[in-house]
Design a protein around this ligand. Structure first.
Ligand code: GLU
Length: 378
């Protein structure tokens, strides 16, 4: 784990997120020279033994330019169409740039939904492992054509953070058009100071970030900080550096004072807990009585059917649900039974499960290992 800049030299696997504002030009489309320079730097890191995943934006921006849809808001479907038009251009640019180093690239298009399903999550993880062993560079983007705003990652900063968990990276680096997090807006204040190391990301940092975004990208500094929080809670360090200064990434990895580095929290959640709190959406609610709430909160127990008082929603075995105590939400986790089965066994002793359902898979309805107390998640 990364606890100081000096540890960055040991990074073996990293995710590099590249924003649209670096890659796309409103007049000419892709900035091939920028892609070439980035690929040169990444290829040198790969040749030095590091494994790199690129998470790139730019498909919508390139599609907009190609269609001349530049000076207006696009509808959701126009954005999706623009992504479909721009994505092959983006891949061609990376393909050409890495081919100059004898390296092949692979396209991975992901949606948030893909990572919410355990099987798809594992497939994405296995695919990236196979690409690494084949020496091919995975180039990831959101599969914009199949998702609408409420089920999107929303910005590639959060996609980058989640990909860093999927591939079990040591570090996620966000390349952007500013050289890190500043204590105030550096374009307005000449004396703005860069924050070099962030040990514990907190609200004061979010206040510094404001909400400034650039013309082309969707994510401003705020979305980069949210992404850094997701990554660091999962045990992956994060960095924000300039993508405009040649060599910044290489200097960062050499431990130099480059950009802003977010260290992993000491209280980091286990990967599984992190996946439950950050990625999965609750499909329903299980209400419990005061005794069950106390057992979960104070004794580290699993949830038993006897303490359940009501079940809401439609969910399957293994789906994520919220547990609601007398005073509100207390936990989130994976339920061992379907909503329908839960309604039949609630209020009963575990020893009655078999006679009620005709089978007995688990004594608990939610095992402790599959459950995260919400206070742990904050
Ligand atoms: N997936 C979008 C694209 O490639 C970008 C999202 C973002 O700007 O972060 O155009």
């Amino acid at each position: 784990m990364i606890h100081a800049r000096a540890d960055l030299a040991q990074v073996r696997r990293l995710v590099v997120k590249i924003g649209s504002s670096l890659l796309a030009d409103a007049a000419s489309g892709i900035r091939q020279d920028v892609v070439d320079h980035l690929a040169d730097e990444l290829a040198a890191l790969i040749e030095a033994g590091k494994q790199v995943v690129v998470v790139t934006s730019g498909s919508v921006a390139l599609g907009r330019v190609r269609m001349g849809w530049v000076d207006r808001e696009l509808t959701v479907h126009e954005k999706q169409a623009a992504a479909a038009i721009g994505q092959p251009k983006l891949m061609r640019a990376y393909g050409q740039a890495f081919a100059r180093h004898g390296m092949s690239v692979a396209q991975m298009l992901l949606t948030k939904d893909d990572l919410r399903h355990r099987r798809r999550y594992l497939n994405a993880s296995n695919t990236s492992e196979t690409l690494f062993s084949a020496g091919v560079v995975p180039i990831v983007n959101e599969n914009d054509t199949v998702v609408v705003s409420e089920i999107k990652f929303g910005d590639n900063d959060s996609l980058g953070a989640l990909v860093s968990l999927v591939v079990d990276a040591d570090l996620v680096v966000m390349l952007t058009d500013v050289s890190g997090l500043f204590d105030r807006n550096p374009t307005e204040h000449a004396d703005a100071r860069r924050i070099g190391i962030i040990q514990h990301l907190n609200e004061a940092h979010f206040a510094m970030a404001g909400d400034a975004g650039s013309a082309f990208g969707t994510g401003g500094m705020g979305s980069k900080l949210s992404a850094a929080r997701v990554a660091t809670r999962g045990g992956v360090a994060a960095a924000i550096i300039s993508g405009k200064e040649p060599g910044a990434l290489t200097r960062l990895l050499a431990g130099e004072d480059e950009g802003s580095l977010f260290l992993c929290g000491v209280d980091r959640q286990s990967k599984r807990q992190h996946w439950i709190t950050e990625v999965l959406h609750a499909a329903g609610e299980i209400h419990v009585d005061a005794g069950a709430a106390r057992a979960l909160l104070e004794q580290g127990s699993s949830l038993l059917p006897v303490g359940v008082t009501a079940v809401e929603g439609v969910f399957d075995k293994g789906d994520c649900v919220e547990i609601i105590g007398p005073n509100g939400v207390i936990a989130k986790g994976l339920c061992n039974y379907t909503a329908e089965e839960m309604r039949r066994i609630m209020g009963h002793a575990s020893s009655d499960i078999e006679s009620i359902l005709g089978f007995h898979d688990f004594s608990s309805v939610m095992h402790r290992d599959n459950l995260v107390l919400i206070s742990d998640a904050s």
